[in-house]
Design a protein around this ligand. Sequence first.
Ligand SMILES: *Cc1c(COP(=O)(O)O)cnc(C)c1O
Length: 385
Amino acid sequence: MDRIPYSCQTIEEEDIAAVAAVLRSPFLTQGPEIARFEQAIADMHDAPHAVAVCNATAALHIACLALDLGPGDRLWTSPISFAASANCGLYCGATVDFVDIDPKTRNMSVDALANKLEAAEEAGTLPKIVVPVDFTGLPCDMAAMRKLADRYGFALIQDASHAVGASLDGKPVGRYADIAIFSFHPVKIVTTGEGGVAVTANAELAQKMALLRSHGITRDPEIMENPSEGGWYYEQILLGFNYRMTDLQAALGLSQLQRLPSMWQKRDERTRRYDDRLADLPLHLPARASDRQSAHHLYVIEIDETRSSLTRRELFDALTSADIGANVHYIPIHLQPHYRRLGFTPGDFPAAEAYYRRAVTIPLFPRMTDEEQDRVIDCLKSALS
Ligand SMILES: *Cc1c(COP(=O)(O)O)cnc(C)c1O
């Protein structure tokens, strides 16, 4: 029997043809595919601006810089995320802190955020940026977070790395955030190999991110500080990076986006089948909410400790020894050695830590077959009975 991965990209012949066409064109990078990809992402999110970069980590970094995050400032995010959601704050010299999760959705808890903001206002330690994460593709409660952002004066960077194609109140994710970030790593919803994009309604933020992506250099006379000295002339007007996406990646992304609806359909079918067939096991299954549609990036089960004495480790090992690619998303960021050295300790975020003790990610990807899924379900049944 073949090993079933926990996640897997879907590459079709049309993807290969799209990339090959760029290889035969004059531009491998800084060509027309980037603008086309950005336009497609912007259209998809009803947003005027999208800035494509080499990965979502870079997108988070330039989003923080565009919002002027620096030393002395604070950035808060969810402890149940990939490290990049927090690291972007450290890159800018800011102080990073976390807001505990809602055990039902596993997303940042709005109540915990409201309480922490109230205390921070009192202490004069309000954050400049809050980074909610649409964990597993389930959108956060962004309308409530927007209200808090307006009341306390912080910016929202929505880490929607898992949420390409997700919606809230029938509208694409991202619209309540100052900047929304998406990832196109191969394990995510659609891929560009490596890639990320920052989406915003704010023209000034978009322009600043576009500069930061490419060394802070411009050829646009409108924003140069001095008169042009000739056709060769450009200016570096701030300190940026080389965070560019290539045209090869953008062409792959454009091709993949064509199939986003059909790939979502397949993820949704698999998710419903898991919901149905795992319902009687001693597990907490992913939350569904009528006002939002998950992208179904990951399917995370949690052992119900009141009904099963099986440990997470035992369940994980049962899956992996049956050649089933289990995973754990995520080890709480504040428990990583780098963050412990900054002063975080076990007990700081109890809901996140309790979630981590029980959580296992089981395989979910568009090409998963009934047979593969049944193997996962049967393995869970025998381990948990
Ligand atoms: C994958 C991921 C990132 C980083 O994405 P890259 O494109 O790999 O840099 C950031 N945040 C979350 C929540 C992610 O899952």
